[in-house]
Design a protein around this ligand. Sequence first.
Ligand code: AMP
Ligand code: ZN
Length: 104
Amino acid sequence: MDGCLFCEIALKKRPAEVVSETDEAVVFKDANPKTRVHLLIVPKKHIASVSDAGDDDRAMLGGLILAARDAARREGLAGYKLMFNVGRDGGQVIDHIHLHLMGN
Ligand code: AMP
Ligand code: ZN
C-alpha cells in the first residue's frame, strides 16, 4: 500500500536490518528495541491489523508465528515473547500487521 512504512520495507523500497525472509514475510530488527533481541515479523501483504484480517489470511498468520519460531531458534533464545498490538487502544502505532518477537 502506498505510503505504508512496513510495505516499503517488505518490498525493499526502504532499508531495514532484515535478518530473514520467506515467500510471505520479512523479519527485521526493531529500530527501537525493547529487549536484547527484538524482531518484527511482517507479512508482505498489507493488512492494517489483526482485526482487519480475514479467514483467507489464516495460513499466512500461522506462518508469521512459525517464522518467529525459526528466528528465535537462530538467535538461540530458549524463551521469548510473541506479541501483536492491535489498534491504537492496543498500542499499535504502525498500521500494517506485525508480530513482535522479544527475548533477552
Ligand atoms: P507497534 O507499536 O506494535 O505498532 O510497533 C511498531 C514498532 O515498529 C515499534 O516497536 C517501533 O520501534 C518499530 N519501528 C518503527 N519504525 C521502524 C523502522 N523504520 N524500522 C524498524 N522498526 C521500526
Ligand atoms: Zn503495509
